[in-house]
Design a protein around this ligand. Structure first.
Ligand code: BGC
Length: 788
């Protein structure tokens, strides 16, 4: 019997179906249902049924009795969470599961035989690197259909926080350092998932840019920077795709928990942007529940019973108006009405894993970024490959924490190269095989927790002479550097952002040895986030940034190495020369010491004064100068610029044109494949505003488009619609978005540092859009001297 069958059976057995017709949930009976609910039932509906004391519950948890009518969803898949349900009112549970790179479900489903897997798609950063919103829509469709197959109503994704700093441990779950690109990618993902009748949760709302002390950190930020940078992606996603839910983040902004802030959750999200769904908290534990309810935070996740008790108590004492509770109840009921569970959709437990693996592979092939190629790629006349680096033998599909996916398999580079018919060096295979086996044996008893993982194997330190002797054997050397990261920890600088000494030595030795033998070296980066490249990038002949490509990663990288696929990904963030080049590094809990250090730990909740900078509070003093907005405005050299990515072919841009429209402008450019193999090109449209008005970065991404696969000689004209509102910056003094009149430069870029052609458009009339003057910092934010 399926889940809805079970729910129905409970109803029949207990006689709850005799409840009056108007008190059973239908779209037309919302008022009647709310009226017939007791206060206890309403309070229970507002609190998730999932965790209890684990997530900060208190002892009163144990003593609070649920209303007798409430039922707990039997979480056979150990998914992210669910709401209580009330059979006598026809209210079914809402079943949720993480996450951005595929569904996160347990492999074993309680009470069932067999193992259940989900498709591990490329991580969000890799998906965004495709600059192909249609692809994200497609991935969303596949993810949504897996949710349908497993009976999941809401996927807790996409995650759209900004890459404010390269050390944020969850950057792989996020798209970019640019809010426009972020918003567009999220909107496409949401559209794709929701087209399957499955909800999404745009998370973590908002400004959740670090993991260190993530549950307590207070983000001190100006309203301009907040709106222009950290809310913008959410605004685009909400306006364009109307996610069923938004997840309020753990952190505070300017002194107020996001989960308790009516300005954020009601004034901005609902009144200004028109959000129609529910807000649910990130997996917080108990805070001031009444404040959350009144702020418009409808559902407390994962929920503990003390929160129910608090709502009931505070309504009774008059501290919390019951009308506020009713508003949240109504919105949750509206969500329930949309769910597959309510509509009687039966789980098949049989997603199309084969079809989705093909989609994952295709997405992976568009998400890789070719950073360097001195002609070695695609490989020609190569039969024997000498494969170096642990990670070549054990590819990393995705990050850890709630962004992790239990896939049936992960294709390594070794597997895929062998499958493609290459002969791998047997000595290296044995060596790395033994190294990994030893590591596995050492950690055989290690039980990974939700936020912990066994230490990585560490790169093998190969003797330099040995590497020279090996170089006589293969036709080419391929070397993979791996990195993983995940929720609850930020990354650190040495041995993480920077390569380890063993990795650097390996690249150096392999390059010296193979070059002296007249052979080439390719470095593959199977990483979750930005790593330092400037110090070593001159050595190898090619660098392929694979990111974490999901379960089909090895196949995708092999496709790129062989030329079966022509890389077309481009960076969605800047690769700086060194970590400290990022202005946000002045205000980020960077750590030299690794995960064990204080600065990189998850939470230090409850700390007392004196408050610690970057841990208890974080000053966003770099302002709007995040990522390329800083590097391009201040002429700073980078290792690889935002938007950068090579191809095996070349493209010419021609016929730039722009015409003003009633609401902005429409630009276009023609792209021609001028090389000798087929390829796709992602074109970025940057706008440089006229001077005189608000301070602006040198240029900002305002639109982008990608060609279809163009054959040599073939052309395509791409269009870039831009609205006047999209050109606007936020004027704090007036509390309004403003687009100044004047002449705007319209730049067609292959990257932010490579404008291929440009044109200009005149905006005749200034425009402004007043909004609420809310969420102000208590004191003005000081600007860093380097962004003045
Ligand atoms: C994460 C969320 C996730 C939730 C449920 C939280 O710790 O921050 O992104 O959706 O757990 O797993």
């Amino acid at each position: 019997m399926g889940r809805s069958g079970i729910v129905l059976a409970i109803c029949l057995l207990t006689g709850w179906t005799v409840a009056t017709a108007q008190s059973r949930l239908t779209a037309g009976a919302l008022d009647a249902v709310i009226k017939s609910m007791t206060l206890e039932e309403k309070a229970t509906l507002l609190v998730g049924s999932s965790q209890g004391v684990l997530f900060g519950g208190d002892p009163s948890e144990a003593v609070y009795d649920l209303p007798a009518t409430a039922r707990i969803y039997d979480n056979r898949m150990a998914v992210g969470g669910s709401t209580y349900f009330f059979p006598h009112l026809g209210i079914t549970p809402v079943v949720m599961a993480d996450g951005p790179a595929g569904l996160r479900l347990a492999v074993k489903h309680s009470g069932k035989e067999g193992e259940y897997y989900c498709t591990a798609f490329p991580v969000a950063t890799a998906l965004a690197s495709s600059w192909n919103a249609d692809l994200l829509r497609q991935i969303g469709g596949a993810m949504g259909s897996e949710a349908v197959a497993y009976g999941v109503d809401v996927i807790l994704a996409p995650a759209l926080n900004l890459h404010r700093n390269p050390l944020c441990g969850r950057n792989f779950e996020y798209y970019s350092e640019d809010p426009y690109l972020t918003g567009k990618m999220a909107a496409a993902m949401i559209g794709g998932i929701q087209a399957q009748g499955v909800g999404t949760s745009a998370k973590h709302f908002a400004a959740n840019s670090q993991e260190t002390n993530r549950k307590d950190d207070d983000v001190i930020i100006s309203t301009r920077v907040l709106r222009e940078m950290y809310l913008k992606g959410f605004e685009i996603a909400v306006r364009e795709s109307q996610p069923w839910t938004v997840m309020s983040s753990y952190n505070r902004i300017n002194g107020t928990w996001t989960q308790e802030d009516p300005a954020l959750l009601t004034t901005i999200l609902r009144d200004e942007w028109g959000f129609e769904g529910i807000v649910l908290t990130d997996w917080t534990g108990r805070r001031n529940t009444a404040a959350q309810v009144s702020a418009g935070n409808d559902l407390m996740m994962p929920g503990n019973k003390s929160q129910i008790a608090e709502i009931v108590r505070k309504v009774r004492s008059g501290e919390l108006p019951e009308a506020d509770v009713d508003v949240c109840v109504r919105r949750i009921l509206e969500l329930v009405l949309k769910t597959g569970t309510f509509r009687g959709r039966e789980a098949t437990d049989a997603p199309d894993l084969t079809g989705h693996a093909a989609i994952a592979r295709q997405a992976a092939s568009e998400g890789m970024v070719l950073l360097k190629n001195d002609g070695v790629l695609p490989l020609k006349d190569v039969r024997k490959i000498d494969l170096f680096g642990n990670t070549s033998y054990r590819f990393i599909a995705g990050g850890t924490g709630s962004g992790q996916v239990n896939a049936a398999y992960v294709v390594s580079l070794k597997d895929a190269l062998e499958e493609a018919g290459y002969q791998l060096n047997p000595y290296l295979e044995r060596l790395y095989g033994a190294h990994l086996a030893l590591h596995d044996a050492r950690y055989a008893d290690y039980v990974a927790g939700p936020f912990t993982q066994a230490p990585g194997a560490g790169e093998l330190e190969l003797d330099r002479d040995k590497v020279f002797s090996l170089s006589a054997q293969g036709d080419v050397a391929v070397l993979t550097i791996g990195r993983n990261a995940g929720e609850a920890r930020d990354r650190h600088i040495p041995d993480d952002f920077d390569l380890t000494a063993a990795e650097t030595a390996l690249i150096r030795n392999v390059c010296d040895a193979y070059h002296s033998a007249g052979k080439k070296v390719v470095v593959v980066l199977n990483v979750s986030g930005v790593v330092e490249t400037a110090s070593w990038k001159a050595w190898p002949d090619a660098i392929l940034l694979a990111w974490q490509l999901g379960q089909e990663g090895g196949h995708a990288v092999t496709d790129a190495l062989t030329g079966a696929v022509n890389p077309s990904g481009k960076l969605t963030m800047t690769f700086p020369l060194q970590y400290f080049d990022h202005p946000s590094s002045y205000n980020f809990p960077f750590s030299y010491e690794g995960p064990a250090s204080f600065g990189a730990t998850m939470s230090v909740t409850g700390r007392k004064e004196p408050l610690v900078k970057d841990v208890d509070y974080t000053l966003y003093e770099e302002g709007i100068y995040v990522g390329y907005r800083y590097f391009s405005s201040f002429g700073k050299e980078v290792s690889y610029p935002f938007g950068f990515g090579l191809s095996y072919t070349t493209f010419a841009y021609s016929r730039p044109s722009v015409k003003a429209t009633a609401d902005g402008f429409l630009a276009s450019v023609t792209v021609t494949n001028t090389g000798s193999v087929a390829g796709k090109e992602a074109v970025q449209l940057y706008v440089s505003a006229p001077s005189g008005g608000l301070e602006k970065p040198a240029c900002e991404l305002k639109s982008f488009a990608k060609t279809r696969l163009l054959q040599p000689g073939e052309s395509e004209t791409l269009s870039f619609p831009v609205t006047a509102y999209e050109l606007a910056s936020f004027n704090e003094a007036a509390s309004a978005w403003e687009t100044a009149a004047g002449t705007y430069r319209v730049l067609f870029g292959a990257s932010v540092a490579d404008f291929r052609c440009e044109t200009q458009v005149r905006i005749r009339q200034s425009r402004n859009w007043p909004v609420h003057d809310v969420m102000n910092p208590k004191q003005p934010i000081k600007e860093l001297s380097i962004v003045k």
